[in-house]
Design a protein around this ligand. Structure first.
Ligand SMILES: Nc1ccn([C@H]2C[C@H](O)[C@@H](COP(=O)(O)OP(=O)(O)OP(=O)(O)O)O2)c(=O)n1
Length: 941
């Protein structure tokens, strides 16, 4: 007999427990013997045990048989790990139990039908909210934490060899994961969450879910639950709100991938071993000579790539039985019972929205507000207790749902009207992140010329990649899409064109699961039928205004001259429209993203009883903003408080539960003398802005804080990046600038009059000796004979007296392994100590760039090109000087890499100044080449 003290079950009859245990054991034995007798049909429920609570269809007995047949366990008495199968439960039961594993019997029957175990979470009995999701504490933090362990592993690149990009990606993914986890953690730490509440088994989610159950029809119960639903007056509201806000997660992910691309570009070597594999695979699969070979004379090839119905595709990986059906990702299940709250007046609220929209259209069309007519009608709007009244938003819907008229962002109720059998699946933030990483990593194996748009979308300049590999656009697209689909299980679409506008429109044309190359010959025809509202530069108001003057398509707008368009829309928008409707777009891709603002906004659950609550909330929101500023390492000068206040004519109770309803928006800003991220300063300013508005806190429906005019922490803007590093060698620099063919003026458009004296008369006889000092600095060497600048003047020394601290990365790069030494530098802007750079002068050693290792030069060059500043002649002089020295030192391989990089970046930047910089450098380098080798460096074109 098993004994209790040995932690084994006791089946004795001495105590009640013993009796019960004996009974349970007996029933289990019966179950096992029955299992032995039943023909086993599958192992779907291997490891799953269920306990049936109450009346179910199929009945408990039938479920027992099904479990036996399909490898599961049926418990007559509930055990810890059991799934509780129930069709409904009396409320006394609900109050006393955890609802996390209460599952509908359909979970069993549907799993058997689809021959695999379906996700039980999709069948939870208590999951439907009244309207919107309620806060599900700690769920997301848990998800993010688990991601750190489970970050997707990169596939090895070429034959097991990994280049630094793939290694870097792995490291970086982890850092980004940690960044996201730390964000959640930080905000929780700061706000000291009420653990008892977070951990409570019946949390807010289940409280509201309870309301959805048809069992809670007693209005007093419902009101009690609504009253206890968390509002912004609760001290833990903000962290919980952000942990559960889908929009917050999307924007976080988007920002992370922008940073990811920045870092990949900054820290890896731009060598792409996977290209060899790509080429090999594509050449292998070619059945005939490549017909789609690109004509590079046509310029750039820009790709736009976007996952198809992203949230749905990721969700369907666990619900394959729903493929091909109309599916939506939303918090709501739809079609369930909801309660009607008193005071809700949907008709009035919707009417107010319509009225505002009509005024906006009127304004866009130049009609005075008082003359705008709008239709005053009473719609047959479903109430919230009607399934068609559900105001839960659809985040993403499948293309089958779109075929029925459903679109992303639509309310669930409206969607159900269009498609009553619309299936819903829940969010999978972990899955989105995993797929997004795979998408970015797949592209980054082949090129880093990426502009990240969001977690599932980016632009890629494929020009260099295609040229380097010699593969065609279509075959690359097919290969890439297949690779992404096989790695992620999700389809994507790609569009290619000569610029970003064409690429984006091509993707739209290709969707879903397709590809389209808008070749130059097709552009005109293609653009003709494009709807103006689909152009990226055309917002709702502009589209409405265009429609009001009779234009809906690009073809139709092409009939208007530039002057007419500018007359109607102003110079900038007019010119944009003129170009866009012809498929023209000169905006270069931005590979390096610079953050312009940091903000935190909450427009859900904002319900205050008094001023103190509102002030407390403003303090918390200030902490949230400051936390984000710290993460992004920025300070800001301008603080804007955004207030959403219930419009006088709007019902007090909003149509959407805890939503903001129809509001007036007030934005108030203040500018500081110095940029800051000090939470006390931010809070003080925000509260002062709030107090000045004199608004009744009860009328507040949304609050946001935005910080703009950003500056990087410890990084004052720098001018003349290179010069600033090397300012203490200004005398030398001055000499060298003078000696190079660099115009003194910043106007790089003006060409130097004379060429450096590298001409053929500098025969090999005059070739300078290989020497550690730079050839061009030596007066007698052929490369030292340089003409004056176009202005005829000699260059002046740079006027920088003292080195300011440049970007941290640059600093780090330079401090290590160079002759730069640290001395404390106190940044007056913030209380942090930063090193000041001082160049140790050693006359006999090479100075400036020449003192640095080649790897550092690459970093510096990259930073210079990405600085977003106008190139200064002295900087150009130094780079030229360095490259000429490489020629002299016969360091041609590395020189070639630098030049290729320089060429690529300058052409990406696309400005005439930078193109001129490239030209000047190349002219000097080629002249040095001729001087040293008697011939120019072969650059391929
Ligand atoms: N306001 C928004 C915008 C986007 N998303 C989420 C859901 C989308 O699935 C995902 C990507 O957005 P897209 O605009 O790319 O839309 P889809 O990928 O769903 O569809 P499409 O195939 O048209 O790109 O981001 C969201 O939840 N809410």
């Amino acid at each position: 007999m098993w004994r209790r003290d040995n932690k084994f079950p006791d089946n004795g009859f001495e105590q009640w427990g013993g009796y019960m245990q004996a009974k349970i054991n007996k029933l289990e034995e019966q179950f096992s013997s029955r299992a032995g007798n039943e023909a086993k049909e599958s192992n779907i429920f291997n490891g799953v045990s269920i306990y049936v609570n109450g009346f179910t269809v199929p009945s408990a007995d039938e479920l027992k048989v099904l479990m036996v047949r399909h490898g599961g366990v049926y418990h007559t008495y509930q055990k810890n790990n059991d799934y509780i199968i129930a069709s409904n439960l009396p409320d006394t039961k609900v109050k006393n139990m955890s609802l996390a594993r209460v599952v509908k019997p359909e979970w069993i029957t549907d799993s058997i039908k689809s021959n695999h175990l379906l996700d039980y979470r999709e069948y939870l009995l208590y999951r439907n909210s009244i309207t919107q999701p309620q806060l599900n504490f700690a769920k997301v933090s848990k998800t993010l934490n688990s991601l750190v362990e489970n970050a997707p592993q990169l596939k090895q690149t070429v034959s097991g060899k990994e280049n630094d990009i793939s290694n870097f990606m792995k490291k970086e993914e982890k850092e980004i994961d940690q960044f996201m986890v730390s964000e959640v953690k930080m905000s929780n730490d700061i706000k000291q969450p009420d653990k008892s509440f977070s951990n409570s088994k019946v949390n807010n989610q289940s409280k509201v879910d309870d309301i959805d159950s048809a069992k809670f029809k007693n209005i007093n119960d419902i009101n009690k639950i609504i009253q206890t639903t968390k509002t912004a007056a609760d001290p833990n509201f903000i962290s919980e709100f952000y942990n559960n806000s889908r929009l917050h997660h999307i924007s976080q992910l988007g920002a992370c991938f922008k940073q990811y691309v920045n870092d990949l570009r900054e820290k890896t070597d731009f060598l792409f071993p996977s290209r060899a594999w790509l080429k090999e695979e594509i050449f292998k699969s070619r059945k005939q000579a490549n017909l789609s070979q690109l004509n590079f004379e046509n310029g750039k090839v820009i790709m736009h790539i976007d996952m198809d119905c992203f949230f749905v595709s990721v969700g369907l990986r666990n619900r394959p039985e729903l493929r091909g059906k109309p599916v939506a990702v939303t918090h709501s299940k739809g079609g369930q019972f909801r309660t009607k709250r008193s005071g809700v007046d949907r008709n009035t609220e919707f009417q107010l929205y319509r009225q505002r929209q009509a005024k906006q259209i009127g304004k866009a069309a130049g009609i005075p507000e008082e003359e705008v007519e709008f239709e005053s009608r009473v719609d047959n709007i479903a109430d919230e207790d009607d399934k068609y009244g559900c105001m839960s938003e659809i985040a993403s819907c499948s293309y089958e749902a779109r075929a029925k008229g459903i679109s992303n962002g639509m309310f669930m109720g409206a969607a159900l009207k269009l498609c009553p059998d619309l299936q819903t699946i829940s969010y999978d933030f972990e899955g989105y992140k995993e797929v997004a990483f795979t998408l970015y990593n797949t592209i980054a194996q082949y090129t880093l010329d990426i502009e990240a748009v969001s977690c599932d979308e980016m632009y890629v300049d494929c020009t260099e990649l295609l040229k380097d590999t010699g593969i065609g656009v279509q075959e690359f697209a097919t290969f890439l899409r297949t690779e992404i689909k096989s790695k992620t299980g999700c389809p994507c679409s790609t569009g290619f064109g000569g610029n970003r506008l064409q690429a984006r429109l091509a993707t739209k044309h290709a969707k879903p699961d397709g590809q389209f190359f808008l070749i130059v010959e097709l552009v005109e025809d293609f653009m003709f039928n494009i709807k103006l509202k689909d152009l990226p530069g055309v917002g709702r108001q502009t589209a409405q205004k265009l429609e009001s003057i009779g234009h809906q398509t690009c073809g139709s707008l092409q009939s208007l001259s530039l002057a007419i368009l500018q007359n109607h829309f102003g110079n900038k928008t007019g010119a944009l429209l003129f170009d866009q409707c012809r498929g023209r777009d000169t905006t270069p891709l931005t590979f390096f993203t610079v953050r312009k603002s940091v903000s935190a906004e909450v427009n859900y659950g904002i319900r205050f009883e008094n001023n103190n609550q509102c002030i407390e909330f403003l303090k918390q929101l200030s902490v949230e903003v400051q936390t984000r500023m710290q993460q992004y390492k920025v300070l800001g000068k301008c603080i804007t408080l955004k207030l959403m206040v219930r419009a006088e004519e709007a019902p007090v109770e909003t149509a959407k539960f805890m939503g903001h309803g129809f509001c007036n928006v007030i934005n108030k800003s203040t500018s500081l003398n110095n940029a800051t991220n000090d939470v006390e300063v931010i809070t003080k300013e925000v509260i002062s802005l709030w107090k000045k508005q004199n608004i009744d806190p009860k009328e507040m429906r949304g609050v946001g804080i935005q910080i703009t005019k950003l500056d990087t922490v410890n990084n004052k803007p720098i001018k003349g990046t290179l010069s600033k590093f090397l300012v203490n060698v200004k005398t030398k620099t001055e000499e060298k600038c003078n000696s190079l063919n660099i115009p003194e003026s910043v106007d790089f458009k003006s060409k130097p009059e004379c060429k450096p004296d590298f001409s053929t008369k500098n025969s090999s006889k005059t070739t300078p000796k290989k020497t550690k000092s730079i050839a061009i600095a030596k007066q007698k060497s052929p490369v030292t004979v340089f003409p004056k600048s176009p202005s005829g003047k000699r260059g002046r020394p740079p006027k920088v007296a003292k080195i300011q601290v440049p970007s941290r990365n640059l600093l780090k790069t330079f401090i290590k392994g160079s002759n730069i030494k640290d001395t404390p530098y106190k940044n007056p802007m913030v209380n942090t100590v930063m090193p000041e750079i001082e160049i140790v002068k050693k006359e006999e050693k090479p100075q400036g760039l020449l003192s640095l290792p080649w790897e550092k030069i690459r970093e510096l060059l990259r930073a210079w090109l990405d600085s977003g500043q106008t190139p200064l002649p002295c900087d150009v002089g130094m780079v030229t000087e360095y490259m000429c020295e490489m020629v002299v030192n016969k360091n041609i391989d590395k020189l070639y890499i630098l030049i290729k990089f320089l060429r690529r970046r300058t052409s990406e930047i696309g400005s005439d100044d930078w193109k001129e910089v490239y030209k000047i450098i190349i002219e000097n380098v080629q002249n040095a080449m001729i001087a040293v080798y008697g011939k120019p460096l072969f650059l391929g074109d």
